[in-house]
Structure formats: structure tokens, C-alpha cells
Design a protein around this ligand. Structure first.
Ligand SMILES: [Fe+2]
Length: 238
């Protein structure tokens, strides 16, 4: 047995299915053969570590990256990053990207009719603090049309990427907003079979984060993969 503590497999149903036919791109992207599980080696249980010097100061505030203020309702998004064992993931890199308030990305692949905002790029990053907490200031992204099927619209969402302590803990996900009527019709949101897991992708409106006279607050806690103890750690448990 390996001396290296293995990250656990995902709980069935809690991650998006590789193949979810209503999400049309998944048909071509998904593997056609069963996956082969390889034991984790040092390459998987270690990863890049990030320090304050890797972070652009102010990159957590997407409303102050240009000369003027972007159009759209200001929001604060914050939360705590832990692993499956409940341990805070400190000083870990959290990156976000999103559409502007009109539902348009500043990206060459987005040639939609909604206007770009010269004061909004839609990208930010930060490190979690010593408690595993992160915080972004941004604007509420707009819903946008996409080509998946006739009259398809994505619910409002913010893309997240987290590294965690190892390559095996990398997580790319999306955060949604409570009460969005488009969620029930969104093939990407509905890729995740387990209803509870799916609903954990929806942030919660949060008075504690809401700034009076300035911005509504949303809380979005994130759980990264956890490791099982090694045989040696098990032997020393008692
Ligand atoms: Fe998106």
C-alpha cells in the first residue's frame, strides 16, 4: 500500500457527469471508455504554492480595475474554503471570471449583441486568509444567451477556480444566485445529479456581507477534496 495519503474519490453524484446529453458540448467532450484510476503519487499530492507576492494588489475588487465604475449592481461575494475534513484551506489561490452586467464577456469568442463595459474586465483573484476566508467585490453578472438549444440562456453565474494544496485538489466550478428562474432549465447546472450537491452551487444572500448603501452580499463556501490518513497515521491514531 502507498505511504502517500490518497485524496478521496468524489462521492457519487456530487460532481458534474462527463456526459450529460442536454449539455450538447459534453457529448463530444466526454470519454467513451471507462476511466482508469491511477494511485496518487507525489506529483498529485503536491502543487504550486502561492504567496502575497504572486497576487496583484486590489485584484479582489473587480469594480476598481479601470478609470471609471462599471455599470451594474455592486455585490460582495465571500466565503470559506475548507477540505472534506473541515480544515480551512489557508493562503490558497481563488480566481474568478464573469460576464458584465449586460451578460457579455470581454473575450473574442463572445460576439453577442450585449454591450461591453469599458470599465469592466471581469477577472479577479485573491488568496484565502489564515482562516480560509476569501472576499471579492464585483458587480452582479447578467444572464446571457448561448447556442446550446433554441432560446437557451445561462443563469447568472461567476466562474471560480481554486488550486488548494495539491494538483489533485484543483477545482473549477460556478457560483449561482438564489432564486434565479433559469436554474431549472440550465443543462450545465443540472449536469450534477445529486440535488443537494447541485444546490450547494447556489450562493446565499448574506446580511453579514451586505454593505449598507453600497452592495448586497452573497456567501459561497467551497469544499475541496480531503485525504484519508496514511497507514502510518492510522497506526499512531490511538
Ligand atoms: Fe459563463
Amino acid at each position: 500500500m502507498s505511504d502517500i495519503a490518497q485524496y478521496r474519490e468524489f462521492w457519487p453524484g456530487t460532481q458534474p457527469n462527463y456526459l450529460h446529453a442536454p449539455y450538447v458540448s459534453s457529448v463530444r467532450r466526454s470519454p467513451t471508455k471507462p476511466l482508469v484510476r491511477a494511485p496518487h503519487t507525489l506529483s498529485e499530492v503536491t502543487g504550486p504554492s502561492w504567496g502575497v507576492k504572486d497576487i496583484v494588489p486590489g485584484a479582489y475588487d473587480l469594480t476598481k480595475q479601470h478609470g471609471g465604475s462599471p455599470i451594474g449592481p455592486r455585490i460582495v461575494v465571500s466565503g470559506r474554503v475548507t477540505d472534506e475534513n473541515g480544515r480551512p484551506q489557508t493562503h490558497t489561490l481563488v480566481e474568478i471570471w464573469q460576464a458584465n452586467a449586460a451578460g457579455r464577456y470581454l473575450h473574442r469568442n463572445d460576439q453577442g449583441s450585449a454591450p461591453l463595459d469599458p470599465n469592466f474586465t471581469g477577472e479577479g483573484h485573491t488568496l484565502t486568509d489564515e482562516h480560509g476566508d476569501y472576499r471579492f467585490v464585483t458587480i452582479r453578472p447578467g444572464e446571457y444567451p448561448w447556442g446550446n438549444h433554441h432560446n437557451a440562456w445561462r443563469p447568472a453565474h461567476i466562474h471560480f477556480s481554486l488550486f488548494g494544496p495539491a494538483f489533485a485538489t484543483r477545482l473549477v466550478t460556478q457560483m449561482y444566485f438564489p432564486g434565479d428562474p433559469l436554474l431549472a432549465y440550465d443543462p450545465i447546472f443540472n449536469c450534477t445529479a445529486d440535488e443537494d450537491a447541485r444546490n450547494r452551487l447556489i450562493s446565499q444572500f448574506d446580511w453579514a456581507t451586505t454593505l449598507p448603501g453600497e452592495s448586497l452580499g452573497y456567501r459561497f463556501d467551497i469544499v475541496l477534496r480531503g485525504r484519508d490518513p496514511t497507514p502510518m497515521e492510522n497506526a499512531h491514531k490511538d
